[in-house]
Design a protein around this ligand. Structure first.
Ligand SMILES: [Fe+2]
Ligand SMILES: [Fe+2]
Length: 385
């Protein structure tokens, strides 16, 4: 006879507490397989802002369970129409595998309420219960287990140490750049990419991911840009972590060849309307990659998009990224110290000087000049008279 575990939950999101239960269940119950079952969403239930839909919970659960041996994620309850009852799910599993001994994994809340579940009598005759509970309620758990066993139920209390995580607190921490340590890297990346729960990235995590996209020779420049952008953000009342995010990602496609970048939709579209010099490719593709992989806001996307060319009427964040890129501590050219000082005195004047220097250097090197840069220069000449 094989042994199968059934571990259900909303997995909203699946965190390391769930993973520790899954791992402990497979090991301590000697399971041949563990079915991990995200519950369906009742059809009438409105999703709150940023909440994942059922498919996103399913995908996150797959990512979370990937490291647990013998775990398989099932979409049975998510695909089922209407309300799902555990008894129906158990019937379907047993119909598929009549010879398996099925262990239902339950936490303390579920364990204490199980006799009130739909079709509880049938359920308790057909499954064994594996109780994973907080250690502070062990005496109650034992008493309840004895009561159920006296009525014929099979109960096993698993005393393995599992990690306690509150899903509510985790969801609340994500928009404040927290929560990362409670999630596997794959699940956290997924949440950030899709901005689920309105999550914002932990800056240390983002830095690690962003630096991994760079050639080693570019790391010092990007870290310098991050530090400079953070100081300028503080000076000009822009959110510091937003500036750090844009700075860390501003050159994220710089290591790719022109041919590789021409595969990006954003660059293809730009090149068919308004061709730009190759020097600008990475600003366009960087904005696309950053949005696709890191779920950045539109404001950050635009700051990356315009960091090389500039443009008329830039936002404070756009100016900060443009200027931090140009004046970070690794930069060394004539007039850089004056420009550095100006960045903290007058942002528009700093933009004018920076654009003038940039146009002059492009002309000197006989490189093609971008039309937006010319318009930006005219704009900042006009407003700083
Ligand atoms: Fe750049
Ligand atoms: Fe740069």
């Amino acid at each position: 006879m094989t042994r199968t575990g059934l571990f259900g939950g909303t997995f909203n999101p699946p965190h390391i507490g769930h993973i520790s239960v899954a791992d402990a269940a497979v090991e301590s119950l000697g399971l041949d397989s563990l079915i991990v079952m995200p519950t369906g969403t009742p059809p009438h239930k409105e999703l709150s802002d940023g909440a994942p839909d059922a498919d996103a919970r399913l995908e996150m659960t797959r990512l979370a369970a990937a490291g647990t041996p013998r775990a398989v994620v099932s979409d049975m309850e998510i695909r089922r129409e209407g309300r799902s009852y555990t008894a129906d799910t158990v019937r379907a599993i047993l119909a598929d595998e009549p010879d398996t001994e099925l262990w239902l994994i339950v936490g303390d809340d579920m364990f204490f309420s199980i006799e009130r579940w739909y079709d509880a009598k049938w359920l308790l005759e057909n499954v064994s219960l594996a109780v994973f509970a907080r250690s502070d309620c062990m005496p109650d758990i034992r008493a309840h287990a004895e009561r159920l066993e006296s009525r014929g139920a099979r109960v096993r209390i698993v005393e393995k140490q599992v990690i306690e995580v509150s899903s509510t607190e985790l969801r609340e921490a994500l928009p404040k750049r927290g929560g990362r340590t409670f999630l596997s890297d794959a699940v956290y990346s997924y949440i950030i990419r899709r901005r689920l729960y309105n999550a914002l990235p932990d800056i240390d995590w983002l830095r690690e991911k962003a630096l991994a996209l760079l050639k080693p020779s570019r790391v010092a420049h990007v870290l310098g840009t991050e530090r400079t952008a953070a100081s300028m953000a503080l000076r000009w009342g822009v959110d510091e972590d937003t500036a750090r995010t844009a700075a860390l990602l501003h050159d994220c496609t710089k290591r790719l060849s022109a041919d590789e970048q021409l595969k990006f939709d954003s660059l293809r579209a730009t090149m068919s309307n308004n061709p730009v010099p190759e020097k600008l490719f990475h600003a366009i593709t960087g904005a696309e990659l950053a949005q696709r992989e890191f779920g950045i806001s539109d404001g950050i996307r635009e700051a990356i998009r315009w960091h090389t060319s500039g443009r008329p009427a830039m936002t404070a964040l756009e100016k900060i990224i443009y200027l931090a890129d140009m004046t970070e501590p690794e930069r060394d050219f004539e007039g850089v110290d004056r420009l550095r000082a100006l960045c903290f005195e007058d942002l528009d004047r700093a933009m004018l000087e920076a654009l003038e220097m940039s146009v002059e250097s492009i002309k000197k090197r006989n490189l093609p000049l971008d039309a937006t840069t010319v318009r930006a220069l005219e704009y900042y000449r006009g407003i700083t008279k």
